[in-house]
Design a binder for this molecule. Structure first.
Ligand SMILES: *Cc1c(COP(=O)(O)O)cnc(C)c1O
Length: 391
């Protein structure tokens, strides 16, 4: 048995797909200490810098003093505390929905919500580039999974006509695609949802807090807040905290409470995390949040321009997620290693996170980067890219 595990690891290594964690010492700031050396952080989802915001840390400390360290049980047993309800009403007010339900993570949300809504006899239409947690939720559900070509609304329309059944029908998409930084065609999806009497679920892990005038995400930016049946968002990315939510109607919330197994069978989030999330949502909805979004957007525009100016292919990104397409896994990982030596920390992304031969460096820009940081980093990336023949 031990030999077979050793062999499997060897196989992962030989295909250039070996993964290991890397240690950040100290805080999650724009420059971090990575395994002893200072590097510019270009692969964090802490887009607005809220993970480091004193108001979040202060709220957490106060919550621990008042409510202790743990929820102590699952939500349906005795783990629902005042802060859970406060966070849910804050999310619902922020998103403009009747209600909201907090999940322990985005992964738990997607693997809980999808099987709660659909099962055998139902159909899920899922974008080919949707996040792994959506795919896992769809597989768990037992519903028929139809994956449509990325952002291809015409193909989806044909598939929906072809697979029209008697059961429920769910369209699910990332709002901002996590590895490409492009947006889903939400108004066309909303139209198809109406035409086929389907449910529309948007996983806005990378849009919430960031996109739209109020930071409500891709659905706000593209004008489909009302048409969306399930708004999923994470609290661990732009919100600088941890956990996730579904912003939904009151009846949908009741159904999720009764059916979502990741909600039912897991200990509730602890007070410190909930209080940080409430503080984050308050900042995101305030003028300070508007300012942070503006800085993030300006930084993303600048960085895309710099990379394109150096001749890189950055795909269809229109957000703070900016891929540098490299193709091969080995080249991608060498690229990332060389940049690290020069003080730029960007992760290479390989299968199974992205399709084979679309390996990339996934750069993410933060509001806390300075223009000098980004200009310098783009220069280092260009030099390394030329050495490796990527550009
Ligand atoms: C990160 C991510 C998730 C998972 O969220 P966590 O809170 O980190 O578990 C879900 N969906 C998408 C699109 C993501 O990028």
């Amino acid at each position: 048995m031990r030999d077979s595990i050793h062999d499997e690891l060897q196989q992962i290594r030989s295909r250039g797909l070996y993964r290991a964690t890397r240690l950040i010492q100290g805080r999650q700031t724009a420059r971090v200490t990575l395994e002893g050396g200072e590097v510019l952080l270009l692969c964090s989802n802490n887009y607005l810098g809220l993970a480091e915001h004193p108001a979040l840390a202060e709220a957490s400390v106060r919550a621990i003093r008042s409510f202790g360290a743990s929820g102590g049980a699952s939500r349906l047993v005795s783990g629902t505390m005042e802060l859970h309800e406060q966070l849910e009403s804050t999310v619902a007010a922020f998103k403009g929905t009747e209600s909201a339900l907090v999940f322990n993570s985005g992964y738990a949300a997607n693997t809980g919500i999808i099987p709660a809504l659909v099962g055998r006899g139902d159909v899920i239409f899922s974008d080919r580039l949707n996040h792994a947690s959506i795919v896992d939720g769809a597989l768990l559900s037992g519903a028929r999974l139809v994956r449509y070509p990325h952002n291809d609304v015409n193909a989806l329309a044909r598939l929906m006509t072809k697979h029209r059944g008697s059961g429920r029908c769910l369209i699910v998409t990332d709002g901002v695609f996590s590895m490409d930084g492009d947006l889903a065609p939400l108004s066309a999806l909303a139209e198809l949802k109406h035409r086929h009497d389907a449910l529309l679920m948007i996983d806005d892990a990378h849009g919430c807090g960031v996109l739209g005038a109020g930071g409500r995400g891709s659905a706000e930016l593209l004008g489909v807040m009302e048409e969306t049946d399930i708004h999923v968002g994470t609290l661990g990315k732009a919100m600088g905290s941890f956990g996730a939510y579904a912003a939904v109607s009151s009846e949908m919330r009741e159904l999720l409470i009764n059916r979502a197994r990741s909600f039912i069978f897991s200990t509730s989030l602890p007070p410190a995390v909930l209080a940080a999330s409430v503080a984050a949502l308050e900042i995101v909805a305030s003028p300070e949040g508007t300012g942070l979004r503006k800085r993030l957007c300006d930084n993303a525009v600048l960085f895309r321009q710099l990379l394109a100016g150096h001749g890189f292919a950055v795909g269809d990104s229109s957000t703070q997620i900016i891929p540098i397409m490299c193709g091969d896994a080995q080249v991608t990982m060498r690229f990332s290693e060389e940049l690290l030596h020069e003080g730029v920390f960007v992760q290479g992304i390989r299968p199974p996170t992205v399709p084979a031969n679309s390996c990339r460096l996934r750069c993410t820009v933060m509001a806390t980067h300075s223009r000098e940081d980004l200009t310098w980093a783009a220069g280092r990336i260009a030099a390394a890219g030329r050495r490796l023949g990527v550009v």
